[in-house]
Design a protein around this ligand. Structure first.
Ligand code: UT7
Length: 327
């Protein structure tokens, strides 16, 4: 079994649905204000998928763009991992729909459910397959139609979430773990604390109600844990790689709340101009938020080849995790 491999990010891609829902639009739906939403969360608008547009459709669109950016086709891919909380169907996985749509050959394809941390989990799992020599190029996708599990009468949750998809292609590179100056994933850390699962959940599910249910959240409590867990997990990533925050070019955080992002940056002593922020225009897109933010920053020219990225996420479960990657 080959063990001399690490994964590099060959390319990124993303997709956002056309429809923009602004805070002003929400004022007409629930008892809220643009000011409240922006001050408490940093969100101004979010995208909402068309009624007949599914998570799978968005995942396929994002994956196509990542393949185009890499100059690859489906036949070059040998694995697909989709992080999602809002799959098209209970089964089969969204990943197999992506596989068929992009003519990706027979290989591994499955979904991961770790809510907003899903993309970090998926990257970590894909990285392990590559490090073990079990795959050469894996499409790692975060895709969500959060609008489909929102209670549009609950102002404490429906103003926070949005839809979209992001993808990266992880590719095997010879040279083992490599030096921190080398491109590729240098560490991943994944966590969950199931005792906190009642802080953020859906009030239904296939085996319980036969429906997907809708999001329920104890926002203030989740906020408290988010700040603590994010700070812990990014500091662990720095320590494991023997680097300091000064070595990090970009913090690429899960986009749930600007105040959580600012608290993590402050704890690290990182100025906000080294932090990728898209929460204002995307809202919280759960597993899609990190790859959407990553691709947005690559497209705009902020993130360049060779930059050191500290990726971190946190969500229902509670789950949280980080990845340190030289792009
Ligand atoms: O991605 C997964 C992880 N999720 C998160 O990281 C979310 C973490 N939590 C948060 O981001 C924040 O807690 C929220 C943005 C959800 C809420 O901000 P907050 O500063 O924690 O507000 P709060 O929940 O303490 O609510 C303050 C007040 C309440 O009124 P009272 O009880 O003080 O009278 C709420 O009823 O704001 C009220 N409120 C609203 N007012 C206007 C709650 N939602 C709204 C709303 N518009 N949409």
């Amino acid at each position: 079994m080959a063990t001399n491999m690490r994964s590099i990010i060959a390319a990124t891609g993303s997709y956002l649905p056309e429809k923009i829902l602004t805070n002003k639009d929400l004022e007409a739906k629930v008892d809220t204000t643009d000011e409240w939403i922006f001050q408490r969360s940093g969100i101004k608008e979010r995208r909402i998928a068309a009624e007949d547009e599914t998570t799978g459709d968005m995942a396929i669109a994002a994956a196509k763009r990542a393949l185009a950016a890499a100059g690859l086709t489906g036949s070059d891919i040998d694995g697909i991992i989709v992080a999602t909380t809002t799959p098209d169907r209970t089964f089969p996985a969204v990943a197999v729909k992506v596989q068929a749509a992009l003519d990706i050959p027979v290989g591994l394809a499955f979904d991961i459910q770790a809510v907003c941390t899903g993309f970090v989990y998926a990257m970590s799992v894909a990285n392990n397959f590559i490090a073990l020599g079990q795959a050469k190029r894996i499409l790692v996708i975060g895709a969500e139609k959060m609008s489909s599990i929102l209670n549009w009468e609950d102002r404490t949750t429906c103003v926070l979430f949005g839809d979209g998809a992001g993808a990266v292609i992880l590719e095997a590179e010879e040279g083992g773990a490599g030096d921190i100056t080398d491109r590729g994933i240098h560490s991943t850390h994944l966590y969950a604390n199931g005792k906190l699962r009642d802080l953020l959940y859906t009030d239904g599910g296939t085996a319980m109600t036969g429906t997907s249910g809708q999001i329920v959240m104890e926002g203030r409590e989740v906020f408290k844990y988010a700040v603590k867990y994010m700070a812990d997990v990014v500091e662990e990533a720095l320590a494991e790689n023997n680097i300091t925050a000064d070595d990090v070019d970009w913090l690429v955080p899960h986009q749930a709340n600007i105040r959580i992002i600012e608290a993590t940056a402050k704890k690290l002593g990182l100025s906000m101009d080294k932090v990728i922020v898209t929460v204002e225009k995307h809202g919280n897109t759960s597993a899609a938020s990190i790859p959407l933010a990553l691709d947005d920053a690559v497209q705009s020219g902020k993130i360049k080849r060779g930059d050191l990225l500290l990726i971190e996420g946190m969500g229902g479960g509670l789950t949280w995790g980080s990845a340190l990657v030289r792009f």
